[in-house]
Design a protein around this ligand. Structure first.
Ligand SMILES: Cc1cc2nc3c(=O)[nH]c(=O)nc-3n(C[C@H](O)[C@H](O)[C@H](O)COP(=O)(O)OP(=O)(O)OC[C@H]3O[C@@H](n4cnc5c(N)ncnc54)[C@H](O)[C@@H]3O)c2cc1C
Length: 284
């Protein structure tokens, strides 16, 4: 494996390096995902553009008007231990805490997680449940894209040539949002999920006013179970309804059979875990 390591001094310079060397060039942040692909011979870049020293991509900040803004280089360890996230966005801190092992969480960045586009990952599911957007910077300027549109397919994102994911934007979360994350890892707690579910519910007294049911590891991308969400809206969450939402979600997924289980098994577990996560979020 032979490549040139390029060390940009700014995001603008990194973008122009990526654009200049074309498809044979990859950005590298923590390297946890990219190096696996290089070792397995799945990628053969001629150049790597090292983002890890670009302080412009650092930082976790919040204000009431703009919500939460997380720099792409923030590691999972930084997310799980951030007092700000623990106070206001606990869902995200908890999901980051359940990613792999401390060794990986210390290196793996949020930007890398999203740009890798692996549908098995947990953190994109938490961010999608929070209606996150990503801020992309490239040779043509900046744009903002909903995370749901950014994640396109297996290991494919909406990132254009020369673009860098600079920041993740999360709108303020109502303090009465009820949430739950279930990561089913029967092989080892440090494994990727066999099935992952994040739910976030906004209640108006006894009725569901807003619902996000996001699934990872059961389709070609991290996905919302939109039909299951729609079943809940405006309804009082009785047992039958929660079970129906679970069954509906199971019709929306397209899992693959792999070492973690057959497609049929995963589909059945979606029904079980969506219902369970809704119950846990609601405390019923
Ligand atoms: C052993 C292991 C276990 C894991 N377990 C889990 C798990 O349980 N749950 C989970 O959610 N994830 C898991 N992961 C995945 C992990 O979250 C990702 O590997 C990590 O977040 C990628 O971040 P990175 O900084 O290392 O990215 P890199 O490896 O540096 O890059 C990954 C990809 O993103 C691109 N990239 C990186 N940053 C940017 C940027 N800012 N702009 C544009 N492109 C960029 C790179 O070009 C590359 O294509 C695991 C990974 C490993 C190796």
């Amino acid at each position: 494996m032979k490549f040139d390591l390029l060390e940009p001094n700014s995001v603008a310079e990194a973008c122009s390096m990526l654009a200049q060397h074309g498809e044979e060039t990859k950005a590298i942040a923590g390297g946890t995902a990219l190096l696996q692909f290089l070792k397995q011979g799945l990628l053969h870049p001629t150049h790597l553009v090292n983002l890890s020293r670009l302080r412009e991509l650092d930082g976790i900040v919040y204000d009431v008007d703009k919500g939460l803004r997380i720099g792409a280089l923030s590691t999972h360890a930084a997310l799980e231990s951030s007092p700000l996230l623990r106070r206001r966005f606990l869902l995200l801190a908890e999901v980051a805490h359940r990613v792999a092992s401390p060794r990986i969480r210390n290196m793996a960045t949020l930007g890398g997680s999203l740009c890798h586009g692996d549908p098995n990952q947990d953190t994109p599911a938490a961010l999608m449940a929070l209606d996150a957007q990503v801020r992309l910077v490239g040779p043509q300027g900046e744009r903002q894209v909903a995370l749901e549109d950014f994640l396109v397919d297996y290991y494919e994102t909406a990132l254009a040539e020369g673009e860098i994911l600079a920041q993740v934007l999360v709108p303020d979360v109502s303090p009465d949002t009820r949430w739950c994350h279930i990561k089913y890892t029967p092989r080892s707690t440090q494994d990727f999920a066999t099935v992952g579910v994040v739910v976030a519910l906004r209640m108006n007294e006894r009725r569901v006013e807003g619902a996000r049911i996001v699934l990872n590891a059961v389709a070609h991308r991290v996905m919302r179970a939109r039909r299951a969400e729609a079943l809940l809206l405006g309804q009082s969450p009785e047992d039958d309804l929660l079970a129906a939402a679970g069954r509906e979600a199971a019709t929306e997924v397209e899992p693959l059979s792999d070492i973690r289980g057959s497609a049929g098994y995963k589909r059945e577990m979606v029904a079980v875990f969506v219902q369970r996560s809704l119950r846990q979020a609601l405390g019923v």
